[in-house]
Design a binder for this molecule. Structure first.
Ligand code: NAG
Ligand code: NAG
Ligand code: NAG
Ligand code: NAG
Length: 967
């Protein structure tokens, strides 16, 4: 759950506090007198505000609804001075922005205004406070307007979380009265990285009054002297330089001027030392120090022990190895300590003992996730009475969870996931945790022993129990968790019916995972009422019914491996769905045209159902499916018709699997033009006919092609040598099917979870696992068709190929001499063709080869020996059915050192006798072959597809899931 478990930053709370202080100063400033004005506002300023409003194209929160009437001082977000009547404050921030982050991935800041900032604002000469944050008031390549520098009364300027690009205007240096400047640009990234940059920072020297400066994600990498400049801002209380690409000086800092600094944030900066000679702050005043995600690899310097004002210390995401908590012995105000992803490598009791005893009862947040701590949680943890967050995820902690945890009455967040805890969690652990909001016990060997009539004292927002034992009965206490937002009870050993109340309890979830249980019950007809739902994972249960009407915001749905039946509804809702996985159910009927309208769809997996009929023809109006879809997986249904033409507009398609259906007709030549990203094409066991279009070889990402068991005729195109992805060994693997989330494996056991648990997509079939390893699969399977002619020499240039199967065709001629250059081959099957001549000796150079089948051809001569050919699986069967082959592993000797075809023909009679001699031994083998021939008739009879020789050989699934990164 790490992806959902980002700890709430208490730094933000601190910043808010600081802001309140500053506002207090602002409002008590002498500008305001006791006199009141006559009401109404100054016309010129009113006009300026109206021009500003005119620049805004959309106002989703209706902030401007009160902007009418003469008195602009009454408009929302506007404040005037009581004494002068001038507008002193304009605040149109989008306060929902931060709440929205998660959603905004799907719908891009839906609550923000859009438009641009009218320069009419400069008429507001008396403006002291301007907050436009969280709105999109720029446009492509538009910088922060320089005219803001003429608002010389400004004391507060907040332009954070906006969409500006380019250079920060040095005119901001004219705002010499500024106390607060926030240009935090953290959510404004594109593929090129940071959007705002500063090349010359000297204008900051003129902002000597500045108390708060936030330049998060503003690129400062071109600035060498930032320490000197910042060091002159001696009034600074808060300095945030997170993710600024800072260049740190090689020489130690001369002297710190920042005697008031309380909150330096240097997270994500590449900071590599906490050696105090490089500090440009004063040791005694620092209250919050954030050095998260840096390169610090040294021991705590003793000077840290003198940071006695320190309340909050963030050191997560560094490379600290020998952390001696004793150094911090004097930090009696310490409330928050985060150390995740450093290697503490100690017993947890020992480590906690070292932390300042004077702070034990004040500590609110302790995060030691992924720090390789061992041992048991000490029972005296109950002395940490103020603890509200305890994060111990992904360590090597063991033993039982002490019931003393239950005495930490202020606990809001408890994360114990990914350890070796065993034993049980009982009511005693939980009965007094009245404030608990987040609980993660997943991936341990914990048993939740809770009686069916227990009423929990808490209301969880996040509840994670994957791989806890909660069953076999459905945990009834969940009935009291209405309001839960993230719920994961996957793989919890529940073998029960889904209770009636379930859907109402989870009616507010964003994330729901009940997968890998044996939960039965009928899905409701509609889940539309779950208006917040984004991700549902219900896979591998016994759920029945038809696909319900889905929640509108749903982005991912996995109900694979259940017992859904009936047809797909004509309109099943979820218009923004990205991943729809319904494989291995009993869904029948045809695929509705509705899928053409799913414009965000990335993955559609309907494999192994009873779907029939033609695929929808997406008409021009409904054709929105285009562009986005990356994987279309429909194997093992009864679908029919020609190669789906709606794919013409799916230019992002990477993976197409139509195997085991009844598709007919020729493979279209437009494949190459219209699907330029296609990497995996699997069409086996259909009734496709015609020849292999030469254009196919223009697909430079194509690395896996399976056309086996169709009615394809003609010859293998020579242009195959163009398939770049099968050739270029060292090209960085082009992988649009990338990992978006990987749960950290247990550091020692490497025990990665057997399924993904959040944003993942798993597409698994019986014979082909679309796992992460798919990017290493390079292969060509043209078996069981009616291909004729010779094997083109060019085939041997596809050196990345690890699987080549062209068996069961009518190919003739010789095996290409250079077959040995296919050095990645693990499996080579040329059986059941009419190939003749020698087996090229280069075959023995293929070091990876473990399966070779050349049986039932007309090959002749000596079987090459050596290297890998000695260690084949079942070597004898690789060669049977070739009358003129000799040498080991066949028991037929070669009479001459160089047996040629001619020689053999001379000795044909002898060969016949030889066969007769062996006949008895081959009876069983021949009978098998007979059976195979009987059922073969590759063009039509289904048996061929079930023949082991026709199955693609692919690396074992590694339990990792294929995932697609959104966007
Ligand atoms: C200005 O006047 C309003 C309403 O009369 C009052 O609420 C507010 O406190 C006054 N502000 C100052 C700074 O005096
Ligand atoms: C400290 O600040 C003062 C006033 O801004 C400045 O003149 C001086 O150069 C600064 N000292 C250092 C070491 O930066
Ligand atoms: C800590 O402060 C004390 C008293 O000011 C001082 O003597 C000592 O040198 C400081 N320690 C370090 C490591 O800076
Ligand atoms: C974790 O700590 C143990 C000692 O407790 C050590 O042997 C092991 O190497 C550590 N693991 C890592 C990844 O450093």
């Amino acid at each position: 759950m790490a992806s959902f478990a980002a700890p709430v930053s208490s730094m933000d709370a601190a910043a808010a506090l600081c802001l309140v202080l500053i506002l207090a100063t602002t409002t008590t400033s002498p500008v305001y007198g006791q006199q009141t004005n006559n009401g109404g506002c100054i016309t010129k300023e009113r006009d300026a505000l109206l021009s500003f409003r005119a620049g805004i194209r959309s106002d989703p929160q209706n902030l401007f609804s009160s902007w009418n009437g003469r008195d602009c001082c009454q408009w929302s977000g506007v404040r005037c001075s009581n004494r002068t009547g001038h507008v002193v404050k304009l605040d149109v921030r989008n306060g929902l922005f931060l709440d929205d982050i998660y959603r905004s991935w799907y719908s891009e800041n839906p609550h923000g205004m859009r438009g641009n900032i009218s320069s009419s604002l400069v008429a507001l000469h008396h403006l002291e406070y301007l907050d436009l944050s969280g709105n999109y008031l720029s446009g492509v390549d538009v910088p922060i307007p320089g005219f803001l520098g003429s608002l010389q009364s400004l004391r507060y300027l907040n332009l954070s979380s906006m969409d500006f690009h380019g250079k920060v205007p040095p005119q901001l240096g004219n705002l010499s009265r500024l106390l607060y400047l926030d240009l935090n640009n953290n959510w404004n990234h594109n593929s090129y990285g940071m959007m705002l940059h500063i090349e010359d920072i000297s204008w900051l020297l003129r902002l000597a009054l500045l108390r708060f400066l936030d330049l998060t994600s503003v690129n400062l990498s071109a600035i060498g002297n930032w320490v000197q400049v910042v060091n002159t801002l001696y009034n600074l209380r808060v300095l945030r330089l997170r993710r600024c690409g800072l260049v740190f000086p090689q020489t130690p800092t001369v002297h710190s001027n920042l005697t008031s600094l309380q909150i330096p944030d240097l997270s994500d900066t590449g900071f590599h030392t906490i050696n105090p000679t490089y500090w440009f702050w004063d040791v005694g005043t620092i209250m919050h120090l954030d050095l998260t995600n840096n390169e610090i690899a040294e021991a705590f310097p003793d000077a840290m022990g003198n940071m006695t004002s320190l309340e909050v210390l963030h050191l997560g995401g560094n490379h600290l190895t020998s952390i001696k908590p004793e150094v911090l012995g004097n930090l009696c105000y310490l409330r928050v300590l985060t150390l995740w992803s450093n290697l503490i490598n100690q017993d947890i009791s020992q480590f906690l003992q070292g932390l300042p005893h004077c702070a034990w009862s004040k500590m609110e947040l302790l995060d030691m996730s992924c720090t390789n701590v061992t041992g048991e949680i000490p029972r005296w943890i109950n002395q940490w009475t103020d603890l509200s967050t305890l994060q111990l995820s992904s360590n090597r902690l063991e033993g039982s969870v002490p019931s003393e945890i239950g005495m930490l009455g202020k606990l809001k967040q408890l994360y114990l996931d990914g350890n070796y805890f065993n034993g049980s969690i009982s009511e005693e652990h939980l009965d007094t945790l009245v404030n608990l909001e987040e609980l993660d016990l997943s991936y341990n060997s914990l048993h939740l022993m809770i009686s069916s009539n227990w009423i929990p004292p808490f209301k969880l927002r996040r509840a994670y129990f994957p791989r806890c034992k909660m069953g076999p009965h459905f945990p009834l206490w969940l009935n009291w968790q209405k309001g839960v937002v993230y719920l994961d009870i996957s793989d919890a050993g529940i073998v029960d019916n889904l209770p009636d109340w379930f859907w109402s309890v989870v009616s507010n979830v964003q994330y729901l995972n009940i997968s890998f249980n044996q939960i039965s019950g009928r899905l409701p007809r509609t889940l539309e009422f779950m208006s917040s739902a984004v991700i549902f994972d219900l896979n591998s249960n016994n759920l029945t019914g038809t696909l319900p009407l889905l929640p509108r915001q749903l982005a991912e749905l996995d109900i694979s491996r259940n017992s859904l039946s009936g047809p797909l509804p004509r309109n099943f809702g979820a218009p923004f769905i990205e991943e729809l996985l319904l494989s291995e159910n009993s869904i029948n009927g045809s695929i509705p045209t509705y899928i053409c309208q799913l414009q965000s769809l990335l993955v559609l997996d309907l494999a192994k159902n009873l779907l029939a009929g033609h695929l929808p023809v997406c008409s021009e109006e409904t054709k929105k499916l285009n562009r986005s879809i990356r994987a279309l997986v429909l194997y093992e249904n009864n679908l029919s018709g020609e190669f789906p033409s709606f794919l013409k507009s799916c230019s992002e398609l990477v993976l197409l699997d139509l195997a085991h259906n009844n598709f007919v007709g020729e493979l279209p030549a437009w494949l190459a033009n219209k699907l330029p990203n296609l990497s995996y094409l699997r069409l086996r066991h259909n009734k496709f006919s015609g020849s292999i279009p030469g254009q196919l070889t223009q697909l430079e990402h194509l690395q896996y092609v399976d056309l086996a068991d169709n009615r394809i005729s003609g010859s293998i195109p020579h242009s195959l040598a163009n398939l770049k992805a099968m050739i270029q060994e060292d090209q960085t693997i082009w992988n649009p099917l990338v990992w978006s989330y990987e749960r950290p494996a247990n550091p020692d056991t490497n025990d990665s979870p057997k399924y993904d648990d959040s944003l993942a997509v798993v597409i698994k079939g019986q014979d082909l696992d679309y796992t992460s390893t798919i990017i290493y699969i390079v292969g060509l399977d043209l078996s069981c068709n009616s291909l004729v002619g010779e094997i083109p020499d060019e085939l041997t240039s596809l050196v990345r190929m690890n699987n080549l199967n062209i068996s069961h065709n009518q190919l003739s001629g010789r095996i290409p001499e250079k077959v040995g250059s296919l050095r990645s081959l693990e499996s080579l099957d040329l059986s059941f063709n009419e190939l003749s001549g020698d087996i090229p000796s280069g075959l023995s150079d293929i070091m990876m080869l473990s399966k070779l089948n050349l049986s039932y051809n007309n090959l002749s001569g000596r079987i090459p020996s050596g290297n890998q050919l000695q260690s084949l699986i079942d070597p004898a069967s690789s060669y049977i059915g070739n009358n003129y082959l000799c040498g080991t592993p066949l028991s037929r000797n070669c009479w001459e050192p160089d047996v040629t075809r001619g020689d053999i023909e001379e000795h044909q009679d002898e060969a016949k006798y030889f066969y007769l001699g062996l006949a008895a031994g081959f009876v069983f083998g021949l009978w098998l072959v007979f059976i195979i021939f009987l059922f073969r008739s590759c063009g039509g009879f289904a048996m061929c597809g079930a023949m082991p020789s026709c199955w693609a050989r692919l690396p074992e699934a590694q339990g990792l899931a294929l995932q697609l990164r959104r966007g």
